[in-house]
Ligand binder design. Structure first.
Ligand SMILES: NC(=O)C1=CN([C@@H]2O[C@H](COP(=O)(O)OP(=O)(O)OC[C@H]3O[C@@H](n4cnc5c(N)ncnc54)[C@H](OP(=O)(O)O)[C@@H]3O)[C@@H](O)[C@H]2O)C=CC1
Ligand SMILES: CC(=O)N[C@@H](CCC(=O)OP(=O)(O)O)C(=O)O
Length: 343
């Protein structure tokens, strides 16, 4: 089988990572590669690491240029995908890395993104209970945000097992600079980021907060409230999320470990590490792997789960390709790796 895939936003970080993975995907041929201000340029000028694709010329992101493919990846700023999807028709598989179709609640969308809600597509996180079935044969997929991917994988087993309280969840997560995309932002200048860490989006205002709550609420079957604080770390890629929640009466560390091990026993891309070994972003860079570890703080009555991911791979493009595989009936792991590069 050879399927054709178009990649929009191919000059950006997310689009570039989609292309890196598709270039190693045995069932996919890369068709149109589109961009905005860099349309007309060679891919090799903007994504020199994608050497075999260097001579491809970026065209303008229009429905016309994206039409005629089996799959279209949208890696565009929020707000661009609704109209494009309508123009491309219902038969094509559209996988959207932007947030436009992730949230069910129109009022959450409006208050966190400040524009009109475009509707909800199946959520591309197959490891959430019941979610894989929603992706098989889907024609529209909303790829989760990078923080939500990491935090939801970190906390879902605890909620699925009914071991934690829904009203006392605290997440502090560090991300690398690529999370903010390629466009120039003063707080992301090298001299601002190198050699230190800083918080941003503090006070429950980060736009991934309702997405994390939505995912955990679905798993828990009751409303879950999360206090989420993102921080910026001096690295290009990676997310390290420290998630804590109050445990229910009588819940023990071994009960939690067993729940996590069982929850992910059959998952190819998510693993609870052996006891005593803690996740680190370096171990998962460039991979579709999420590693987890947990401990119970009996003094505070809380479980602490640490999760590591690569924001561009499992957090965006890897999750997108994994969802594509499911939608098209391919083995879920095709074209994806868990093997990192070290040191
Ligand atoms: N970076 C990450 O870790 C993650 C990103 N995402 C999402 O993926 C999407 C892309 O993000 P990312 O790659 O980081 O961003 P980048 O800024 O790196 O890339 C943005 C891409 O969109 C194109 N673009 C910019 N403006 C427009 C426009 N008005 N119309 C059409 N295309 C436009 C750019 O083209 P050109 O350069 O030619 O102007 C570029 O190809 C966003 O929605 C982001 O939120 C999701 C999860 C994680
Ligand atoms: C460093 C930095 O600014 N990171 C971005 C990552 C979010 C992101 O990529 O958002 P979506 O997944 O919703 O597209 C941020 O926190 O806004």
């Amino acid at each position: 089988m050879s399927l054709t895939a178009a990649v929009s936003g191919a000059s950006g970080y997310a689009g570039g990572e989609v292309l890196r993975l598709l270039a190693n995907h045995p069932e996919v041929e890369i068709g149109a590669v589109t961009a905005h201000s860099s349309a007309g340029g060679r891919l090799g000028e903007l994504q020199p690491h994608l050497h075999p694709l260097a001579e491809r010329v970026l065209t303008e992101t229009t429905a016309e240029n994206l039409a005629g493919h089996d799959v279209v990846f949208l890696a565009l700023p929020h707000g661009a995908s609704g109209e494009l999807a309508t123009q491309l028709g219902e038969e094509v598989l559209i996988i959207d890395a932007a947030a436009d179709h992730r949230l069910e609640s129109a009022s959450d969308w409006e208050s966190f993104y400040g524009s009109a809600h475009q509707g909800t597509w199946p959520y591309g996180l197959p490891e959430l209970p019941g979610q894989r079935d929603q992706l098989i044969g889907a024609r529209r997929i909303a790829v989760p945000g990078c923080y939500p991917t990491t935090v939801l994988l970190g906390l879902a087993p605890a909620f699925a097992a009914g071991t934690v309280e829904p009203d006392d969840v605290v997440v502090v997560a560090a991300t690398g600079t690529s999370g903010a995309g390629k466009s120039l932002k003063p707080h992301l200048l090298g001299s601002e980021v190198m050699g230190g860490m800083s918080p941003y989006g503090v006070g429950g205002v980060h736009r991934h907060t309702p997405e994390i709550e939505q995912g955990l609420t679905r798993v828990a079957g009751q409303p879950v409230q999360v206090s989420f604080t993102p921080t910026l770390a001096p690295m290009a890629r990676g997310i390290l999320a420290t998630c804590t929640a109050r445990i229910g009466p009588g819940v023990t560390a071994s009960q939690l470990r067993e729940a996590y091990a069982a929850h992910y026993a059959a998952e190819p891309f998510v693993h609870l590490l052996p006891e005593g070994q803690w996740p680190a972003t370096k171990q998962v860079l460039g991979t579709n792997h999420v590693t987890l570890q947990l401990a119970v703080d009996n003094r505070a009555g809380r479980v602490i789960v640490v999760a590591a991911s690569d924001n561009l791979t499992k957090g965006t493009a890897g999750g997108a390709v994994q969802s594509m595989n499911l939608a098209l009936g391919l083995p879920e792991t095709t074209g994806l790796t868990m093997i990192g590069a070290a040191p």
